[in-house]
Design a protein. Sequence first.
Lengths: 224, 229
Amino acid sequence: MTLSTITRATLMKDLRLEWRSKDAINAMLFFALLVVVVFSFSFDPNAEESRQIAGGLVWVAFLFAAVVALNQTWARELRNQVLDAYRVSPAPANSLFLAKAIGNFVFVGVLEALMTPLFIVFYQLRAVGPVWQLVPVAVLGTWALVVNGTFFAAVSIRTRSREIMLPLLLFPISIPAIIAMVNATTAILTGELSIRVWIVLLATYDVVFTIACLLFFEMVLHAE
Amino acid sequence: MKRIFTVFALLTGLLLSYALYQALIVAPTEKTMGDVQRIFYYHVPSAWTAFLLFTINFVASVVYLIRRSSAADALAVVSAEVGVVFCTVVLVTGPLWARPVWGIWWTWDVRLTSTLVLWLIYVSYLMLRRFSASGETPVLAAALAIFGALDVPLVYFSIWIFRTQHPQPVIGGGGSIDPRMWHVLLINWAAFLCFALLICWSRYRLEVLKREVEEMQALEALLQPRGSR
């Protein structure tokens, strides 16, 4: 059993579970839809200025919706003491972490792919800058949210009132990534500024925290 | 130990009152801002003390993860708690000064925003400590402390780019200050450091006592015969 086979097995199991139940994705989609609707009351969604705030709005919706999936990551393994079984098994902890992080990346990615058309329709979005640049921003930004989110979900599962604890831990740490995602998206939509510096920042954030998560995950999983 | 603590507390009280006298009476009045500027002698030392305490928290967390010593963990709790208090003082005295001088309570400038984010990270650290089960708290909290420390340069850098792409805030950059003001500032910082050390000391004693009591209670619960519980 190598690292990659365990990762693949766990990932496939999670994807299959989600495919059959669709618990996380349904909750996330509905939640993001609610955010879109509620925010539309706070400003004129058809105005030209809506392009200036749409970047922030999109990511706030994704961020809040992602928490729903992230909270389920480990809660799902509490039933039947699966998490304890992981702990005593000789499988490397990092393969489990990677499987969970990639799984969450897929869930949030699907959410983004489904929600983006809705944003375009509801807020009359039309990018002035190069649209293809949204892809690297979305990929790097989603990984930034998901890698720390998976890690802190494993931390918050050990606390009382765990559902509420995850955003409290995740959001302060994610602020640099959120600034970069929001500004890069706004820059593409308005076509005013270059996004290179934000891509560099997001990539640095991703590398730093992916390494940190892999270094500390085993310790957190086995914390007694 | 108790006598040293009392003597130290008295000395700190004396130093604090001397620093107060220096800041309010001796220090020259600033030319354009007037007396409002005197809040500077509390604002800046609090900021330095808070950053120092957060650094201590980081070092103590790393030491805890390497050695797993209970003392390092207690030091981490204490420095984070007292650091948050001093950081709050910074965030409160800042707007009090900014309102008459800049005309606004708050501006989303690099230093203000990154101090606020730092405060948020450490408040989440204290919440994690409060909400996690006692046996696991030290490891989880130490991991969060290290993540927070990794985050600090990224926070500063991201806000710096964010703000340099936008209109510059009204902060007065550069400029030198009167050497007498420096003198008063350093006296105040010394007083604040002693004060912080004093609080940390008593809080550390409290933390150690609390742990001893918890251990004793756990032991008693184990030793009691089954029927009498």
